[in-house]
Design a protein around this ligand. Structure first.
Ligand SMILES: Cc1cc2nc3c(=O)[nH]c(=O)nc-3n(C[C@H](O)[C@H](O)[C@H](O)COP(=O)(O)OP(=O)(O)OC[C@H]3O[C@@H](n4cnc5c(N)ncnc54)[C@H](O)[C@@H]3O)c2cc1C
Length: 510
């Protein structure tokens, strides 16, 4: 099919702007739910050195790992099996005392983290954190999307769109494409967000961050690992790969100037307070801690997800995870809307559930910047945080926040587990709950073989999963949404009318 034929296709259910990880994951979710999807991607080539280790390293956290696991994609992540620990400080460590993440550059050590405090995580669940790289994540998701029939056109950036009552016409590369819905997954500088006049509220940056690959004449002049200095921070993650934070108010990044060897040397010398010499600059990119969030994620038939909806500093590795969470939340809701099955308010719950989580991540990144600042008050606070992170409760709290193990939506309901991700129960018949959601479906979980619940599952066409877990975590039965979130749960005799109400509210009839 050539481009002209494609543009004359009947409308797609959804056009997605951007084949980054969020656009690709969302496309797969929509296609699993029988929607036709077109992705328009500006870059002609999906490969880039910036998407590969070390610059492309991305820490995945619990909600993303669970999402990949539930869709049968987790086993395809291979890189973490052979990647060296990017948090390693090049100092002596033991396997028991390994840095596994950081808050504001303060390392978290695995022997301090007490996972037994995370009350809804069962032993044997997928890991709460995993290292991957942009390229690996994108290729897995692109393969899945293509295998489900998603059309991906590369080298066609969205340049404008017009919204009408029944759809959206999108212009890209002098061609028009028609969709019933448009989702902007086109990253931090989203054209969809700008053309759609979405308000993007937030705070301006404190620093310019540099990721550089350099040759150094005298690398020994730099400290190993992450070093806070009176002027900022630098990190030599492996020889020749240097990350710098210059508290210049984001001035360099926003000037959009070329990054030269001389400039990198000047910044590195100033921040490290050494006379280190950069003999060659192989590649470099800059970023900031600008923190902004769209004040709505939907205008009519146009939606935003991922970096298009929220930006913040990459400290602590949250943006990709936040975006994948958006896609997991939005996919089934938009599909139900497209199929005419969604009850009032279902699609809008995408914003009410995801916006508060985005706001929390922005604040988390602002808090880190505040205590990484070179000012004396910030350094004093940094020392106090260092003490806290080094306690057992402190490390457990920070790891739990960074890895999203407590992610919760306020869905109302009486049971404490409502709104949380379903624990990965291993049942006595060999079934693992997380593996029962590959088709993008929700399910009814019943540990009591209750005939009424079984009949209700049949009536709704809902997959019914039964068996006995070793630990029920106070649950006899639970209704699980397609995104793995518990919508209703019972710890005694089930309230069937409450279950029906939840199943209708979350459009669980198939
Ligand atoms: C140095 C660094 C380290 C990071 N580390 C982590 C980490 O460890 N963990 C984590 O969770 N996050 C991390 N992040 C953040 C993470 O990379 C982003 O949040 C994530 O890539 C967002 O995905 P996305 O799909 O929303 O946007 P993007 O990855 O930016 O993808 C957007 C896509 O849209 C395309 N596009 C742009 N304009 C158009 C257009 N007009 N039309 C069509 N297509 C268009 C782009 O070419 C791109 O392919 C890090 C970021 C940086 C900079």
């Amino acid at each position: 099919m050539n481009d002209t034929q494609l543009s004359k296709q009947p409308p797609y259910d959804v056009i997605i702007s951007g084949a980054g990880p969020v656009g690709l994951f969302l496309a797969g979710e929509l296609a699993l739910a029988q929607c036709s999807v077109l992705i328009l991607e500006k870059a002609a080539d999906p490969h880039s050195p910036l998407k590969r280790v070390p610059f492309g390293i991305r820490g995945l956290s619990s909600p993303s790992i669970e999402a990949l696991y539930r869709r049968g994609l987790l086993d395809q992540l291979e890189l973490h099996k052979r990647m060296s620990n990017p948090h390693a400080q090049l100092k002596e460590q033991t396997p028991q005392s390994r840095p596994v993440g950081h808050f504001a550059g303060i390392s978290l050590f695995n022997d301090k983290i007490d996972a037994s405090q995370w009350k809804y995580r069962l032993p044997g669940s997928p890991p709460p954190t995993l290292m991957s790289e942009m390229q690996e994540v994108e290729s897995i998701l692109a393969r899945r999307a293509a295998s489900l029939g998603v059309v991906i056109l590369r080298g066609l950036g969205v340049t404008s769109f017009q919204q009408a009552a029944d759809g959206v016409t999108v212009e890209a590369g002098h061609q028009s494409f028609h969709g019933r819905w448009l989702v902007g997954c086109d990253g931090a500088r989203s054209v969809v967000r700008k053309l759609g006049h979405f308000e993007f509220a937030g705070t301006e940056p404190e620093f310019t961050g540099y990721s550089t690959q350099v040759d150094l004449a005298d690398p020994e002049k730099l400290q190993p690992g992450r070093t806070l200095t009176p002027k900022g921070m630098y990190l030599q993650s492996q020889p020749g790969y240097v990350l710098i934070q210059d508290f210049d108010g984001g001035a360099f990044h926003h000037a959009d100037k070329p990054i030269t060897r001389e400039h990198v040397q000047e910044v590195l010398r100033r921040i490290s307070n050494t006379d280190v010499t950069v003999t060659a600059l192989h590649s470099a990119t800059t970023w900031t801690d600008r923190a902004r969030q769209a004040t709505t994620y939907r205008d009519g038939r146009v939606l935003l997800a991922g970096d298009a909806a929220h930006i913040h500093s990459p400290l602590g590795g949250q943006g990709l995870n936040l975006g994948l969470g958006d896609a997991m939340n939005l996919g089934w809701k938009l599909a139900a809307t497209i199929h005419g099955q969604a009850p009032q308010g279902l699609l809008d719950s995408y914003f009410t559930e995801r916006h508060p989580l985005g706001a929390q991540v922005l604040d988390w990144s602002r808090a880190q910047v505040a205590i990484m600042h070179p000012a004396p008050a910030a350094r004093a606070l940094n020392a106090i945080f260092r003490d806290l992170v080094n306690t057992r409760d402190g490390a457990t709290y920070f790891a739990g926040r960074i890895w999203g193990v407590h992610t919760h939506y306020d869905l109302g309901g009486d049971h404490p587990l409502v709104g949380y991700s379903v624990p990965d129960y291993a049942l006595d018949n060999g079934v693992k709950v997380g593996a029962c959601m590959r088709a993008g479906n929700g399910l009814l979980l019943d540990f009591e073989d209750d005939a009424t619940l079984k009949a209700l599952a049949a009536e709704y066409g809902l997959p019914y999963v039964t068996g006995k877990p070793a630990d029920r975590l106070g649950v006899n039965a639970a209704l699980v949404r397609p995104d793995g979130i518990i919508a209703w749960a019972a710890d005694g005799v089930p309230d069937v009318s409450g279950l029906r109400a939840a199943a209708d509210r979350w459009c669980m009839r198939r």
